[in-house]
Design a protein around this ligand. Structure first.
Ligand SMILES: *Cc1c(COP(=O)(O)O)cnc(C)c1O
Length: 353
């Protein structure tokens, strides 16, 4: 009798992000955040702000940021969409582009937010198993579908693909939207933003959270031909027409304009990462060649969960997924060299026991 209204409530299992511990002393290598601060130009913008600046609404379409991004990537502002982190941008793209009765395709091991959006938006989907080396077979994505989503590089595997794969994928998917999630592309070998001009069904998303050290500011973007961007814009303006706040817009512009700092920071992380692959392999780990700012690693003699718990007790937090196929792997965010030394020290202690 009572609480009959319950049958009309949404039934959804939300995405679970990496833990954000209260304790500041912990070395946090669990959420793929950047260990370095954003460009000093970002700090200058913040220093120049007063509370009175927030009296008015921000620029509804983040035009200054679209202009800065268009210039950086050799496109026009009409080819750029901005949102509150790429999660917001991806959710908008799922809503705008995946309205077919046919399932959308994505790899079985991938970003765990995709199934959540499919459930939320009632989008049918089919996962395509990656092989035993966690590689994606492009031929799995040839059959007719309602859309394709591939992160390149993939997460949490850290494995990337090159131009040949993406072109092949696009050539075999001319009748649906192909969405490439490039959250980690700045650390990888290939970004397909250049293909946006050629393929009218390609959408590429990127984020300020990883390579630009601005996860807390919530800025992400998509690149596509102007017609597709206008569909995303229509979805956005149907539920929230002011997603990016004034500070987010201005600091993101400052970040995009400081190319030198960006390149230096990405290079530092890549160098720490490549050293880390060797160090972990020397300790007996299986580690994939990473094209991201994290390492995906497994040890033949120690269960991942045990390593996760041991290093946590030593003050180092990495990510462990209790999920089929990957429950014996750790996803380790690349920190500073010093932070990585603490992790290696903790692991050595366990291996010596
Ligand atoms: C981190 C991440 C995102 C989104 O991050 P935002 O902070 O929302 O920009 C999207 N896709 C993948 C694969 C990621 O790892």
């Amino acid at each position: 009798m009572s609480q009959l209204w319950k049958k009309n409530l949404i039934n959804i299992t939300p995405y679970v992000a990496g833990e954000q511990p209260k304790n500041d002393n912990i070395i946090k290598l669990n959420a793929n955040e950047n260990p370095y601060p954003p460009s000093p130009e970002v700090q200058k913008i913040l220093a120049g702000k007063t509370a009175g600046d927030f009296r008015k609404y921000p620029d509804a379409n983040a035009v200054p940021l679209k202009e800065a991004l268009a210039e950086r990537y050799g496109l026009s502002p009409e080819n750029v969409f901005c949102g509150n982190g790429s999660d917001d941008v991806l959710a908008t793209a799922f809503r705008a582009f995946f309205n077919s009765d046919k399932p959308i395709f994505y790899p079985d091991i991938t970003y765990s937010f995709y199934p959540v959006w499919c459930e939320l938006l009632k989008i049918p989907y089919e996962t395509k198993p990656v092989d035993e080396n966690f590689e994606i077979d492009v031929r799995d994505f040839y059959p007719e579908n309602g859309g394709v989503v591939i992160p390149n590089p993939n997460a949490p595997t850290s494995i990337g693909v090159g131009k040949e794969f993406i072109v092949d994928l696009l050539e075999h998917n001319r009748y649906c939207i192909v969405l490439i999630d490039e959250a980690y592309a700045d650390f990888g070998r290939y970004s397909c933003v250049e293909l946006v001009k050629k393929y009218d069904n390609l959408v590429v998303t990127q984020t300020f959270s990883k390579s630009r050290s601005m996860a807390g500011m919530r800025v992400g973007m998509a690149f596509a031909q102007s017609e597709l961007i206008s569909y995303m814009q229509a979805v956005k303006d149907s539920y929230n027409s002011y997603p990016l706040d004034q500070v987010a817009i201005e600091t993101a512009v400052a970040s995009v304009k400081d190319e030198k700092y960006f390149t230096e920071t990405v290079d530092k992380i890549k160098s720490t990462r490549d050293k880390g692959v060797k160090i972990l392999r020397d300790m007996g780990f299986k580690v994939f060649d990473s094209e991201t700012n994290f390492l995906f690693a497994s040890h033949p003699d120690y269960p991942a969960k045990e390593i996760f718990e041991f290093v946590r007790s030593k003050g180092v937090l990495v990510r462990y997924f209790n999920k089929p196929r990957i429950d014996n792997y750790l996803r380790i965010t690349v920190g500073t060299d010093e932070e990585m030394q603490s992790l290696y020290g903790a692991i050595r202690e366990l291996l010596a026991k």
